[in-house]
Design a protein around this ligand. Structure first.
Ligand SMILES: Cc1cc2nc3c(=O)[nH]c(=O)nc-3n(C[C@H](O)[C@H](O)[C@H](O)COP(=O)(O)OP(=O)(O)OC[C@H]3O[C@@H](n4cnc5c(N)ncnc54)[C@H](O)[C@@H]3O)c2cc1C
Ligand code: FES
Length: 338
């Protein structure tokens, strides 16, 4: 029996290690050549302190109050030299990956399929020789074949298999968009580096409000697949905003989530005034008090920067301060912007 521990470093890099039953995280990391911060390795100095946002673990009683006080332990701060996981865990490590003599992982992949779901959205499915571990919601960098440039894409699939899928906006004239639309064929090699990012599904019981703009649906799909796997009964609402009716994709998949997750419902919202969709305009115009639940809600928001900014300022204007709030902006790459 072993548990998977996701180490989220300060610079956004995530590394996954396996921790055997009864093994301390610091020892497991060291065994896998990740030198987590440490000094005494005995619960005395506090150098190995990290935050554990999800997962179950025990710390024992063999550490000093000076290394970790009660308030810190209550707030899920842990000493990795004492921590023994009882489940898969996520750890926020307060230093860069390089400081732990580790770095971002690389994967060689091949294109399995590329499907134009609409004029504006492409689904890319890749196969890798190793298992693709990531936290549901995270992204990976894909090198545009034949160029040194990379583009970031959020996984839309379930972690842990050697197949990964992505939902990608077909940006007119875009480097990766053009490659995917005109050149990508099954078997074409791809180079991936990651996973990255702090936008991922947290454990909890609170109602979930997912707000997706266009292909910002991708990380929500990875989260929904995971919630199905967890047989979650959480109350989950997805507002899926797009520009036109043609941009609405994967409706059947969303419907299938509704049959597998008892608390799930979703609403499309279309900006175009001539749309046949009952919900017109922007997602911010379709918040209800039930969705916002007086702030007792975990909100996950992903899409183009203007949408993310609009949601943030609408919540502020409504005086809603959500208990949990995470967002990912699909910012165009620096090289493209230049
Ligand atoms: C963390 C992160 C995760 C991301 N995940 C996804 C994802 O899951 N799915 C996805 O579709 N995209 C995602 N993106 C955006 C993605 O990385 C690329 O920027 C996008 O796909 C465009 O790449 P391209 O090579 O086709 O176009 P580029 O060659 O990068 O761009 C061509 C031109 O279009 C402009 N442009 C680029 N993107 C947009 C846009 N969205 N709207 C309008 N103009 C644009 C550029 O400024 C440039 O002028 C993510 C970005 C980040 C930072
Ligand atoms: S390394 Fe000193 S308390 Fe863990």
């Amino acid at each position: 029996m072993s548990y998977t521990i996701a180490l989220n470093f300060e610079d956004g890099v995530t590394r996954f290690i396996q921790c055997n039953a009864g093994e301390k995280v610091l020892d497991a990391a060291y065994r896998q050549k990740v030198n987590l911060p440490m000094d005494c390795s005995d619960g005395v100095c506090g150098t190995c302190k990290c935050h554990c946002p999800s997962g179950n673990y025990s710390l024992g009683e063999d550490y000093l109050e000076e290394a970790l006080d009660e308030d810190e332990a209550q707030a899920r701060q842990v000493l990795t030299c004492q921590m023994i996981p009882d489940s898969d865990c996520v750890l926020d490590v307060p230093v860069a990956a390089a400081a732990c003599k580790t770095g971002i992982s690389s994967f060689n992949a091949t294109v399995k399929r590329v499907t134009a779901l609409s004029e504006s959205a492409i689904e890319l499915v890749v196969e890798t020789d190793g298992s693709l571990n990531f936290l549901p919601g995270q992204y990976i960098n894909i090198q545009v074949p034949g160029t040194p440039q990379v583009r970031a894409y959020s996984f839309s699939s379930l972690p842990g298999s050697n197949e990964g899928s992505f939902l990608i906006r077909n940006v007119p004239g875009g480097l990766m968009s053009q490659w995917l639309s005109h050149k990508a064929v099954a078997g074409a090699p791809l180079s991936l580096t990651g996973p990255m990012g702090s936008f991922y599904l947290r454990d909890g019981e609170r109602p979930l409000l997912m707000l997706a703009g266009g292909t910002g649906l991708a990380p929500m799909l990875a989260m929904l697949h995971t919630l199905v796997q967890q047989q979650s009964t959480r109350d989950i609402t997805l507002l899926y905003g797009v520009n036109s009716d043609d941009d609405l994709v994967l409706g059947e998949l969303l419907e299938s989530f509704a049959t597998q997750l008892p608390g799930f419902s979703w609403l499309p919202v279309v900006a175009a005034s001539e749309s046949a969709c009952p919900q017109k305009g922007y997602v911010t115009e379709h918040f209800t008090s039930k969705m916002l639940n007086e702030g007792d809600v975990d909100i996950y928001l992903c899409g183009p920067p203007p949408m993310v900014n609009a949601v943030t300022s609408t919540l502020q204007a409504l005086g809603v301060n959500p208990a949990g709030f995470w967002y990912e902006k699909f910012i165009a790459s620096q090289s493209a912007a230049a």
